[in-house]
Design a protein around this ligand. Sequence first.
Ligand code: PLP
Length: 222
Amino acid sequence: MTIKQNLNAIKQTLPEHVTLVAVSKTKPVSDLMEAYTTGQRIFGENKIQEMADKYEEMPKDITWHMIGHVQRNKVKYMAPFVSLIHGVESFKLLKEINKQALKHDRVIDCLLQIKIADEDSKFGMTPKEASDILQSEDFSALKNIKINGVMGMATFTENTNQIEKEFKFLKSTFEDLKGLNTQNCQLHTISMGMSGDYKLAIDCGSTMVRVGSSIFGSRNYN
Ligand SMILES: *Cc1c(COP(=O)(O)O)cnc(C)c1O
């Protein structure tokens, strides 16, 4: 199957309210261009430098999502162009994103990453930490960021019951946060689901799936 065939097959299965982020990390620009000519405009990367390099090389109507763990000292390299940062897991990071966005006179959209997996290796905040941030005065002072929703990564397991439980937990966290009376954020996005579990994620309420290997083939990290 070609990238074009993979993309078209996946797009056919997605409900209209679900946004597809094509996760192109480690893949060459030629592969991304194949997806681009098929009509894909949203790409997700997990390394800031790699995303910035691809941004330079590729057409400017692409929307770039940072889906990986973000180091604060690197935010400045993506601040001029990034459209959505999925992995925000601390207030300190939000402050840095706000500061860099201000320099470019932009408002950068962000998702709060919630830890839903049973693995220490996965990042994210607790629902309580997220709600504390959204209700804090310090947060309402940040005018150059916008929180659009939440993101989560399920445990790497074959156990679909567990994955389903984790996705439902993210969905209910989203509903709780949405119910808070915060004036300066409008939550509408639940970023959950990857190649192996995006259908289940959609059944559990996902509005944004991050699909890599099912589009571009397996990754080689050497
Ligand atoms: C790599 C990655 C994906 C895509 O994974 P696939 O299994 O290749 O679809 C999704 N989300 C995050 C955060 C990733 O790092």
